[in-house]
Write a protein that binds this ligand. Structure first.
Ligand code: ATP
Length: 423
């Protein structure tokens, strides 16, 4: 991709700097530009400061073909995006008579005279092109500054989105063409710490690598995105396809999906496709595993019931865990996790049963059974296995979530082994 195809996004508004509002516009614009093969190189958040904005617009436009700003187009004096763009382009503001007449007509239709301050919204930098706003009163514009194009869109996300889709993106496609040579693919993995992933990915993760690899982690689930760049779309696609094939081979056990980011929904799909009936017997996770599993649409075909057996008595009475087992090993033990899973499978008749027992904290830990120790149990078609987790002191809520996702992953791996993938 040539340098000229690069883009930058500026989110304008004091409310963003105060933390009263979180910038969602920039990410949305970047995602849409990426679909046109145009890479966003930087985001900037700036307050309603005319001098700083003008300086930023001039600098960004000299380095980027496309600069998109959102916000600061309202009628009040603190909305200064128009003035700053005119300053950066070194042109005066001009009033668009047609826009002014339309604004007046809108107010007239409401039976009210137009407040004088609204007239500011009919102004834009001389030589710029109008982008009408079908959803609000603030029109946008495209202005040419230092060899780049600055597009100013309104701040409210609904208005921004509409103008982006109906006015700006079609113009970019028409005028600049689709950016060639930028393609990406995501993979979703579980059962691997981020650092362990990095070790196994090796030099694929180096900054200058092409395809470039990015990783984010959420409770043991990794999203890995590969982005390939080349002079042409074909070249980028070939580069990406080759790396994706290597990636699939290297992480075959850990990849749970290439399109579904949520482990519980991907697992739900596998359970439904394979006709695996499933149940849960939970202690420390307090129903989280059941909650996640039942997020999957249609899961009632395979998930009928589950238990939260928090006390020793409940484990004995509901799941038939032998009292002596708890006395000998303690409730948080591999033996009890196994007995819980076997008992839940027996009581429900399900082919698969997941069990959790652990110390979520903050209190209750001992030297041998510290906070973060969790035992998972899985019974699958009569075969029982357990897994010990030693989770870091990340707080009660996080320990429970990590444990719940690890339980789902234990089942997913067992099903993967039971029915190896054919693709
Ligand atoms: P208006 O005519 O509504 O004043 P404007 O273009 O001046 O339009 P702003 O005043 O900057 O827009 O923002 C209006 C509202 O839009 C903000 O209060 C906020 O709720 C939302 N908003 C602005 N910028 C963003 C952003 N980058 N991400 C998400 N929401 C935003």
């Amino acid at each position: 991709m040539s340098e000229a195809r690069r883009a930058a996004v500026v989110a304008v508004g004091d409310e963003l700097l105060r933390g009263d509002c979180v910038d969602s516009n920039s990410g949305e614009i970047a995602r849409r530009l990426a679909q046109l093969g145009i890479e966003v190189e930087q985001f900037l958040v700036l307050g309603d400061d005319r001098r700083l904005l003008a300086k930023a617009f001039a600098e960004l436009c000299s380095a980027h073909a496309i600069v998109i700003a959102t916000g600061g187009l309202g009628p009040t004096l603190d909305d200064v995006t128009r003035e700053a763009a005119a300053d950066a382009a070194r042109v005066p503001l001009e009033t668009d008579a047609t826009v002014l007449a339309e604004l007046e007509a809108r107010w007239q239709a409401r039976g009210q005279p137009m407040p004088a301050s609204n007239a500011r919204q009919a102004q834009r930098p001389a030589g710029s092109q109008l982008m009408p706003n079908a959803r609000g009163t603030a029109p946008g514009f495209r202005a040419w500054i230092e060899g780049g194009m600055l597009a100013a869109l309104p701040g409210p996300p609904g208005e921004m989105r509409h103008m982006l889709e109906s006015e700006l993106l079609p113009w970019i496609e028409r005028t600049c063409g689709r950016g060639e040579g930028l393609v990406s693919q995501s993979f979703f993995l579980a059962g691997l710490a981020e650092s362990a992933f990095a070790d196994r990915a090796g030099d694929w993760m180096e900054r200058g690598a092409n395809p470039r690899m990015g990783v984010t982690a959420h409770f043991g689930v990794l999203r890995v995105t590969l982005r390939a760049k080349a002079e042409t779309q074909r070249g980028a696609s070939d580069l990406l396809a080759a790396r994706c094939a290597e990636f699939r081979a290297r992480f075959a056990a850990e990849i749970f999906s290439e399109d579904e980011p949520r482990l519980e929904l991907a697992l739900g799909r596998t359970l439904l496709e394979g006709g695996w009936s499933v149940t849960t017997a939970e202690s420390c996770t307090g129903g989280l595993v059941a909650r996640l599993l039942t997020d999957a649409p249609g899961i009632s075909a395979v998930y009928r019931e589950g238990w939260v057996t928090y006390s020793d008595e409940a484990k004995v009475a509901r799941l038939g865990v032998p009292r002596e087992l708890i006395a000998a090993h303690g409730a948080v033990s591999g033996e009890v996790a196994a007995a819980m899973a076997a008992g839940a499978a027996r009581a429900s008749g399900a082919r698969a049963a997941l069990a959790t027992t652990g110390v979520a904290g903050p209190g209750g830990g001992t030297a041998t059974k510290p906070v973060g120790l969790v035992w998972l149990g899985l019974a699958l078609d009569g075969a029982v296995q357990t897994r010990e987790l030693r989770l870091a002191q990340v707080g009660r809520d996080s320990i429970r979530l990590y444990a719940a996702y690890a339980a789902l992953e234990l089942l997913r791996r067992a099903l993967q082994r039971a029915a190896p993938r054919t693709d």
